[in-house]
Design a binder for this molecule. Structure first.
Ligand code: NDP
Length: 326
């Protein structure tokens, strides 16, 4: 038997709880992993609270991220004792996820934990840090360099926002952080933001073209915010769009695209090919250290997951949550 968060939906309604699961109930898969740490992401919060249609089959063990040790493998790339990470691939949505002491997965979804990282560090970074790095790489591929001007990061107090600020500033960019929590401005400056702005200046319907303020942006918010971000990007700049915290809509005009030649780069972390994942994790390692991770993340146990997921969805959590499942 092992402990897991389980989401159920039946005649009694939608509910999540901490339960014991028999190993015989684990789904099919060619790699069994003893989970060391998992995380709580926005998507996990939606799944656990039922506030968003994330879970496709029930019962479900949530947790889109996990780091652990291979217990048994029939996959050619993995052996017993290998340290592995998993981010995405529909795990925690369609396939049992990381908020459990054990899981069984398709080995094609796993990557080896880089030697320099511990499982706990990898989960402090999690999908949020990995997505932030995919966004940084997208800006670079579109020719953005530190000399071109400030880079805007929206949703600055979220997990993706925190890592985008830290990575960009450590790579030499001047970062402008947009947040609804201005009381956290000094923390955002410690992470590397040169300037902190109020997110309300971006969240209402705006003009098709605004002042050219930023060389590029990492947007975690979508909706009117993304439209206003595009309208404020300098000629030839790039916006990496990775989130939808304000909404999935994109009420924008083509003006920034056809008059300023800006690029909108879409970022998906879930189905991302392995080669891009390995590259992103390789790029992250030299940009992090324990003081940074400690300032971004805090640890909880499996027993605190449900109440913390509710706080996350209400926007009361700053940065990242690591879950020690043992
Ligand atoms: P968090 O919940 O940690 O942070 C989201 C942040 O968005 C909040 O901290 C807040 O920042 C801001 N925010 C929340 N609600 C609103 C609102 N109504 N209007 C404007 N801003 C708002 O989430 P993550 O950082 O983990 O993820 C950010 C987004 O990216 C989510 O939408 C998530 O689903 C998406 N995502 C996408 C991935 C992909 O593969 N494309 C992978 C990972 C995440 P503040 O307090 O600073 O204002």
């Amino acid at each position: 038997m092992f402990n897991a968060i389980v989401i159920e939906k039946d005649a009694e309604g939608y509910r999540s709880g901490l339960r014991q699961i028999n190993e015989a109930e684990l789904p099919d898969g060619n790699v069994t992993v003893k989970v060391d740490y998992s995380t709580l992401n926005y998507k996990d919060g939606l799944a656990i609270t039922g506030k968003g249609p994330v879970v496709r089959t029930f019962p479900m063990i949530p947790g889109i991220d996990l780091a652990g040790t291979v217990e048994h493998s029939d996959h050619p790339a993995f052996r017993t004792g290998d340290r592995v990470i998993l981010n995405g691939w529909g795990v925690g949505e369609k396939h049992w996820g990381g908020l459990a002491q054990k899981t069984r997965l398709n080995g094609d979804w796993l990557i080896k934990l880089p030697d320099e990282l511990t499982a706990r560090q990898a989960m402090a970074i999690g999908t949020a840090g990995y997505t932030a790095m995919l966004s940084v790489i997208a800006l670079e591929k579109n020719g953005v360099t530190p000399g071109q001007g400030p880079i805007l990061v929206t949703g600055a107090n979220g997990g993706v926002g925190h890592f985008a600020i830290a990575f960009l500033s450590r790579l030499g960019y001047q970062v402008v952080a947009s947040t609804g929590r201005l009381e956290e401005a000094s923390h955002l400056r410690q992470l590397g933001a040169a300037e902190v702005i109020d997110r309300h200046s971006l969240s209402e319907p705006g003009r098709p073209l605004g002042k050219e303020q930023w060389a590029a942006a990492v947007d975690t918010i979508g909706s009117h915010t993304l439209a206003n971000v595009c309208a404020g990007i300098q000629y030839g700049g790039t916006v990496a769009a990775c989130g939808l915290a304000q909404g999935m809509d994109f009420p924008a005009s083509v003006a920034p695209f056809i008059l300023r030649g800006i690029t909108l780069a879409g970022i998906d972390s879930v189905m991302r090919p392995i080669v891009d994942r390995v590259e992103a994790w390789r790029r992250i390692e030299p940009l992090i250290d324990d003081p940074l991770l400690d300032s971004i993340s805090r640890e909880i146990g499996l027993g605190e997951v449900i109440v913390t997921a509710e706080a996350l969805i209400k926007g009361h959590i700053r940065g990242r949550i690591i879950v020690d499942v043992n």
